[in-house]
Ligand binder design. Structure first.
Ligand SMILES: Nc1ncnc2c1ncn2[C@@H]1O[C@H](COP(=O)(O)OP(=O)(O)O)[C@@H](O)[C@H]1O
Ligand SMILES: [Mg+2]
Length: 411
């Protein structure tokens, strides 16, 4: 199947579009990346998306409008990646679109049941926008979108969804592996050697680039949106007291399954951090170095707490653990040096997905192509131990395209 995967992540740095050819099933699945691009958003759109993501500033009329506008942008990204690969829409079987998360509330809230029933209903929620009907209309292709809600309906947190792809692409018969995607948020999937899907452990470790990006933007008065190669952080000193304060964040101690986002580590958290740094007279470079150390230390801490603690024995039996990095944060050299230092005493070898023949930038978009195909074929693709769902479910909503009949569905 020729499938396109589309997403914009927590970093809101643009729309990732991957066009892949997928063959085989289960652990025999083969993914061949035909082309990949990140299409940056038009000027000012990132700011508008961030504004909508905030409970104080997000206006419902703007959310309504931006849902459809982002749908147009995602559709353009799909058409561009087809053109780039030299394919016509008729040659594309499916498009999988994650959309743009503007809010994620995985903590249960309790609401009254419909009268006359007494008692409470448990409600968790998530909201991705980028209307898939627009993508289906503009491209004519069948679209699978909105993957997270079904997992929530099955009792999960709707995230992380990456373990499905990490398992298919990186599970090994003899080696234990951890795939760590450092996007805006950092998420890990631990895959024991010879693992069955129910043996995976996956969760968000905490911030990836989110705080680093936010600080860079503030400290450069909006001139830079991220710390290129970690250069600014490299010129600073980590401030031990501030790092200690950051490491005391309650999210880090929470046991998996757990996921997080801008709600916990976004704008509000950034303002508190800036205030603290200001009071302590910490220089911008030292602050960035400390924020980068927070990402590295929180990743290392979560491995020690949740991955290595009970498994050290089995890991040594299996040999060392392979840590496979992906996402934009894998390009931050200062962050990688700090990670290497944090793991010095563990038998962990640090690699990138490039070492396995995959593109680090494209991996998340490839995930949504794989998820779309799984849905289309009727294969459940959430990983219950990762999301906390009670059982496996087929994710997403299908929007039939003009190719619906050629896919085997006769009206
Ligand atoms: N060369 C680089 N040096 C440092 N950081 C980088 C570099 N390239 C990308 N990044 C970081 O990666 C982020 C984008 O990562 P990505 O994996 O797309 O995250 P998301 O899935 O949240 O969109 C950027 O915002 C930036 O922080
Ligand atoms: Mg991105």
């Amino acid at each position: 199947m020729k499938v396109i995967g589309l997403l914009s992540g927590t970093s809101v740095d643009g729309i990732d579009a991957a066009l892949v050819n997928i063959t085989g099933c289960g652990l025999e699945t083969q993914v061949n990346l035909l082309c990949f691009e990140t299409y940056p958003f038009p000027e000012g759109i990132k700011e508008r998306i961030l504004e909508l993501s905030s409970p104080e500033a997000g206006r419902v009329d703007q959310i309504c409008h931006l849902n459809f506008y982002l749908g147009e942008l995602f559709a353009q990204a799909a058409l561009r990646i087809m053109e780039r690969g030299g394919y016509r829409p008729e040659e594309i079987d499916l498009i999988g679109s994650h959309g743009q998360t503007i809010h994620h509330l995985p903590e249960p809230r309790y609401e009254p049941a419909l009268p006359p029933q007494t008692g409470f209903l448990t409600v968790k929620s998530t909201l991705q926008i980028g209307e898939p009907s627009i993508i289906a209309e503009r491209t004519g292709c069948t679209v699978v979108a909105d993957f997270r809600p079904r997992d929530i309906a099955a009792g999960g947190e709707g995230a992380p969804l990456a373990p499905y792809a990490h398992y298919l692409l990186f599970r090994d018969k003899v080696k234990a592996r951890v795939v760590n995607n450092i996007g805006g948020i950092s998420n890990v999937t631990f895959i024991p050697a010879h693992a069955e899907p129910n043996q995976l452990i996956a969760f968000d470790t905490g911030p990836g680039n989110l705080i680093i990006d936010g600080l860079t933007n503030q400290l450069t008065q909006g001139k830079l949106s991220f710390d290129l190669d970690g250069q600014m952080a490299a010129g600073g000193q980590v401030h031990p007291d501030l790092l200690k304060w950051l490491m005391a964040h309650p999210y880090l101690k929470k046991s998996p399954p757990k996921t997080t986002g801008r709600e916990e580590f976004g704008g509000e958290f950034l303002q508190r951090l800036l205030k603290k740094a200001n009071e302590a007279g910490i220089s911008p470079q030292d602050l960035l170095a400390t924020a980068t150390a927070f990402t590295a230390e929180s990743i290392a801490d979560s491995y020690r707490r949740f991955l290595l603690a009970d498994r050290r024995q089995s890991l040594t039996e299996e040999g060392s653990l392979e840590l496979i990095l992906c996402g934009g944060g894998a390009k931050n050299k200062t962050l990688i040096t700090m990670l290497q230092k944090a793991f010095r005493s563990e038998s962990i070898s640090i690699k990138t997905v490039e070492d396995y023949g995959y593109s680090s930038d494209a991996l998340e978009a490839i995930l949504f192509a794989l998820l779309a195909r799984a849905t289309f074929l009727g294969i459940p693709s959430n990983v219950p131990p990762a999301t906390g769902a009670r059982y496996p479910v087929i994710l997403g909503k299908i929007l039939p395209g003009r190719n619906w009949k050629s896919l085997g569905y006769v009206s």
